[in-house]
Design a protein around this ligand. Structure first.
Ligand code: SAM
Length: 249
């Protein structure tokens, strides 16, 4: 069964553009997912299809009306639907949530603009997601970030080995990768990678993955149980005086 997705937005073209390119487009062409984008004004009120109004109590900006959202959700919601509100106050989106959402059958993304939503909308949704501690002009880019991360996890979407080894898959950042040329003006590829010795390559990658994570995202290590091999490598790295991941920080 393909994943079905409905996106509710005031700017459909903002969402359709990126989804019509590259891997997200191919995923849809291959029938792994169906994405429908709806203009929220379809549920707008009156001759002008109004969707927002002034905030009670006074203050700058317009707020997306709860009755408009309720009407839109009444049309697109099914018993198996997960409705997601993009909002800076939502829980921060992580790879684990992407995996969870990739296992659902129907996702609805609600993308507010301006000052956000009437707070009563929160009780109409299943999940509130933020993509980070900063403020965007609208939910479209945030919905695209979440959707892109979910689509590529659908079975058959991309090479399963890439998904298994990439950053966050095992709770660590990915190891460094290189391609030709083997020597770039004196900057050589680590010799072990061209040695053809699979076990040594595996160990090198695990060590570098740990080194990069300790250097750049020590919080990930704190949140994760380590295997004996990882704990030993980490001790060695710390004994060496920590990481040497030059591009960090
Ligand atoms: N007044 C809101 C506040 O202070 O939390 C900010 C509204 S923002 C200008 C407009 C919309 O952009 C939000 O309702 C939300 O849909 C989206 N948005 C902004 N930043 C976001 C973030 N970090 N993650 C997810 N959505 C975001």
């Amino acid at each position: 069964m393909p994943l079905e997705v409905d996106v509710l937005t005031l700017f459909p073209a903002m969402v359709e553009g990126p989804l019509g390119e590259s891997i997200p487009a191919r995923i849809q062409e291959r029938g792994l997912a169906t994405v429908r984008v709806h203009d929220l004004r379809r549920w707008g009120l009156g001759r002008h299809r109004t969707v927002d109004d002034y905030t009670y109590g006074g203050g700058a900006g317009m707020v997306l009306r709860a009755d408009v959202v309720a009407a839109a959700l009444a049309d697109v919601r099914r018993p198996d639907t997960t409705v997601i509100l993009l909002d800076p106050a939502g829980s921060v989106f992580r790879q684990a949530t992407a995996h969870e959402l990739a296992g659902r059958s129907h996702l609805v993304f609600l993308c507010p603009r301006y000052e956000g939503v009437d707070d009563r909308v929160r009780s109409m949704v299943d999940l509130e997601l933020s993509i980070g501690d900063y403020v965007l002009t609208g939910g479209e880019l945030a919905a695209l970030v979440v959707l892109d991360a979910v689509l590529r996890l659908l079975p058959g979407a991309i090479d399963e080995a890439s998904v298994a080894e990439e950053s966050f898959a095992a709770g660590l950042l990915e190891y460094p990768q290189y391609t030709r040329p083997a020597d770039l003006d004196g900057a050589a590829v680590p010799p072990v990678l061209v040695s053809g010795h699979h076990e040594q390559v595996r160990k090198w990658r695990l060590r570098e993955s740990l080194r990069r994570t300790v250097d750049r995202r020590p919080d990930l290590i704190e949140d994760r149980a380590l295997t004996k091999e990882e704990a030993r490598m980490l001790d060695e790295l710390r004994g060496d005086g920590g990481g040497t991941d030059e591009a960090s920080g």
